[in-house]
Design a protein around this ligand. Structure first.
Ligand code: THU
Length: 129
């Protein structure tokens, strides 16, 4: 699975976004160590705070299937297109950190280029119980 293939899967997932309130679509494609990919989109709610982000949908799908070891995640988002990097919110960074080490790769689109960040870069000095 290449980074570009994972981005394509995230774009497909983003097209399933349920975001009537913000109009912002997000898609995530999470690559597990065993090669499986779990996709998610944001799902908004009329009570707003019950909204769930695409990244957490993808990760809850994987963990609920017994998968806890991951390589990388591709994330895309936007209103009209997915060309600019869509960085995960703080809650998603923390949620991802429960199952992933500092070298876990987060893959973004930046126009025609691919942007890679590690979890350590996006969540330095993270909380650990
Ligand atoms: N959203 C995500 O899906 N992931 C993030 O990391 C940040 C925000 C969604 C939530 C909401 O549906 C929309 O983007 C606008 O905030």
């Amino acid at each position: 699975m290449t980074d570009l293939q994972l981005i394509k899967m995230a774009e497909n997932a983003a097209n399933n976004a349920y975001s009537p309130y913000s109009g912002f679509k997000v898609g995530a494609a999470l690559l597990a160590r065993d090669g499986r990919v779990f996709c998610g989109c944001n799902i908004e709610n009329g009570s707003y705070s019950a909204t769930i982000c695409a990244e957490r949908v993808a990760m809850t799908k994987a963990v609920s299937e017994g998968v806890r070891e991951f390589e990388s995640i591709a994330i895309v988002g936007g209103i009209d297109d997915f060309s600019k990097p869509c960085m995960p919110c703080g809650v998603c960074r923390q949620f991802i950190s429960e199952f992933c080490g500092g070298d876990f790769r987060l893959i973004f689109k930046n126009n025609d280029a691919v942007l890679i960040k590690t979890l350590d870069e996006l969540l330095p000095n993270r909380f650990e119980l």
